[in-house]
Design a protein around this ligand. Structure first.
Ligand SMILES: Cc1cc2nc3c(=O)[nH]c(=O)nc-3n(C[C@H](O)[C@H](O)[C@H](O)COP(=O)(O)O)c2cc1C
Length: 187
C-alpha cells in the first residue's frame, strides 16, 4: 500500500531537517531533507533520501559528494527557502545570502556548508539505492564538526519545533523493578 505525504500516519514521525548542499550540473544548491539519518558509526555513514526530480539529486549523481548541515532552531527560514524552491529555477544560495545567512567553503568536498548549523558533515557517496519513489544516497563522513551552542530543529506534521521538554527516565528503583520483570521472561 502507499503511505503518502501528509497522511495522518506518516505525520506521526518526528525528524531532523537536513540542509543538503551540493554543487554540480544544476549549480550550487541547498535543499531541505527531513529523511537525513546517521546510519553507521564505523565508518560514519549518513543516508539522505531524495526524490529523483530534485536538482540536488542530479548534482549528487554527477559529483558523488554532498554536505549535510543539520538545521538549527534559528534557521527555520533557511529550511523553508531550501525546501520551498528548486535549484532548477532559483539560486537559493544567493537568495539566502541576501536574507542574511552565511556559508563557508567545505574543507574536503566542492560545495558550500552552512554557518550556524547544529552539525556540518562532509560526505562522499558510497552507495545509491532506489527505495520506492526516492533514492537513498549513503555518504561516508570525511569531515565533521558541530556547534555546541546550537540545537537541532525538529520537524513534525509540517511544523517546526524546539525540543526542550525532557521526558524523565525511570528512577533507579523503577528500573530495578522493571529488570526483575524482564528477567522473569528470559528465553
Ligand atoms: C522541511 C522539509 C523537508 C523536506 N524533506 C525532503 C526529503 O526528505 N526528501 C526530498 O526528496 N524532499 C524533501 N523536501 C522537499 C525538497 O526540499 C524540495 O522539493 C526542494 O525544492 C528541492 O530542492 P532542489 O530541487 O533544489 O534540490 C522537504 C521540504 C521541506 C520543507
Amino acid at each position: 500500500m502507499d503511505l503518502i505525504w501528509n497522511d495522518e500516519r506518516s505525520n506521526q514521525f518526528i525528524t531532523n531537517v537536513g540542509l543538503i548542499t551540493s554543487d554540480g550540473p544544476f549549480g550550487a544548491d541547498v535543499m531541505a531533507c527531513e529523511w537525513t539519518h546517521h546510519v553507521s558509526y564505523s565508518p560514519g555513514l549518513i543516508a539522505v533520501c531524495i526524490a529523483p526530480n530534485k536538482a540536488t539529486h542530479g548534482n549528487i549523481i554527477r559529483t558523488k559528494e554532498f554536505g549535510v548541515n543539520l538545521c538549527s532552531t534559528d534557521q527555520s527560514v533557511m529550511s523553508s527557502v531550501a525546501g520551498g524552491y528548486t535549484g532548477n529555477k532559483y539560486n537559493k544560495i544567493d537568495a539566502l545570502k541576501e536574507l542574511g545567512f552565511e556559508f563557508y567553503e567545505a574543507k574536503k568536498i566542492r560545495t558550500v556548508m552552512i554557518k550556524g548549523a547544529a552539525v556540518n558533515i562532509e560526505c562522499t557517496l558510497t552507495k545509491e539505492i532506489m527505495l520506492g519513489d526516492h533514492t537513498a544516497f549513503v555518504g561516508e563522513v570525511i569531515e565533521a564538526s558541530n556547534n555546541a551552542d546550537k540545537a537541532p530543529l525538529a520537524y513534525h506534521r509540517g511544523k517546526y519545533f524546539i525540543m526542550n521538554t525532557n521526558v524523565v527516565k525511570p528512577s533507579q528503583e523503577e528500573r530495578e523493578r522493571i529488570r526483575q520483570v524482564v528477567e522473569k521472561h528470559k528465553r
